[in-house]
Design a protein around this ligand. Structure first.
Ligand code: MN
Ligand code: MN
Ligand code: MN
Length: 289
């Protein structure tokens, strides 16, 4: 595909540095890219400069975590100015919350005879790239492997870090409404990430989309990587019914079996595309897409 509006770098939980993500996207034929790291703008300057050097279209992006209906929801924002004050303030608060969470995971693992986890996870994260962010559970998992506490990541999550285990420390995220308001105040375009990934039944998903639209959302991510075609069909129906724009992206996190950058299932051709609105936007660098 020549547009990819969803991918990650070492600025959050991706495996490649921002400039490497951009170079890889370009190699795979992407001509308009948004790097959408979790709850940070840290990779964007590097990504923007790398895209400019390649003559590639680029738009600012972020994937923000928030809560709705007792679940953690991801919202994508695009086309904002990198120094937008309300957005930067909100991300700074999330950033502090992530560090508190990492410290709590560290305390809990230490209490179970696995000391030094925060420092160890931080070292593993630093070896992957330069990040101010608190280490996340995959980094803790790799530390537990390195120390010989567990043989592999699945075991680390099953025993210590997965849902309901002692290392599963909940973070307090802002509401969906507050997150959309933050993005809108930064003049961002807003898309609801992978609406089929939440463990909702049909009526709860519809209620999510209804409230998302009321709160000011513009688009839904109709295609996320290699999701099943029937999911694309369900989301296309929602987009049509609610009059929402459609976005798409690979959700690339790194080379391997998670799917390649620029690669995702095809988009139904009748949907109005979010990225076609970017052309007239000053925060975007459109190329010939
Ligand atoms: Mn991720
Ligand atoms: Mn996500
Ligand atoms: Mn993502």
């Amino acid at each position: 595909m020549n547009v990819d509006l969803h991918c990650h770098s070492t600025a959050s939980d991706g495996a490649l540095a921002p400039a490497c993500v951009v170079a890889r996207a370009h190699e795979h034929g992407v001509r308009l890219l948004a790097l959408t790291d979790h709850d940070t703008l840290d990779g964007l300057t590097e990504a923007r400069d790398a895209a400019a050097a390649l003559g590639m279209g680029w738009v600012s992006g972020v994937e923000m975590s928030c809560t709705w209906g007792g679940a953690t929801i991801h919202v994508l924002g695009y086309g904002f100015a990198l120094d937008a004050p309300a957005l930067n303030d909100a991300l700074e608060q999330l950033h502090a919350g992530r560090w508190l969470r990492a410290e709590e995971i560290d305390r809990r693992l230490a209490a179970k005879g696995m000391p030094g986890a925060l420092e160890g996870a931080r070292a593993i994260q630093a070896a992957l790239g330069d990040s101010r962010n608190a280490p996340a559970r995959p980094h803790f998992a790799d530390y537990l492997i390195q120390q010989g506490h567990v043989p592999d990541r699945p075991t680390a999550f099953r025993k210590w870090l997965g849902a309901g285990k002692i290392g599963d420390v909940k973070q307090h995220w802002p509401s969906l409404e507050a997150t959309i308001a933050t993005l809108r105040s930064a003049n961002a375009w807003v898309s609801l990430a992978h609406p089929m990934h939440y463990d909702f039944n049909r009526s709860k998903r519809r209620r999510l989309v209804t409230e998302y639209l009321q709160a000011g959302g513009h688009a839904i991510e109709v295609v996320n990587g290699h999701q099943a075609d029937e999911q694309t069909g369900t989301l296309a129906i929602l987009a049509r019914e609610f009059g929402l724009l459609a976005s798409a992206g690979s959700d690339f996190h790194g080379p391997g079996n998670w799917g390649e950058i620029g690669s995702y299932r095809s988009m139904p051709d009748d949907l109005p595309l979010l990225w076609e609105r970017f052309r007239h936007d000053r925060a975007c660098i459109p190329a010939g897409i």
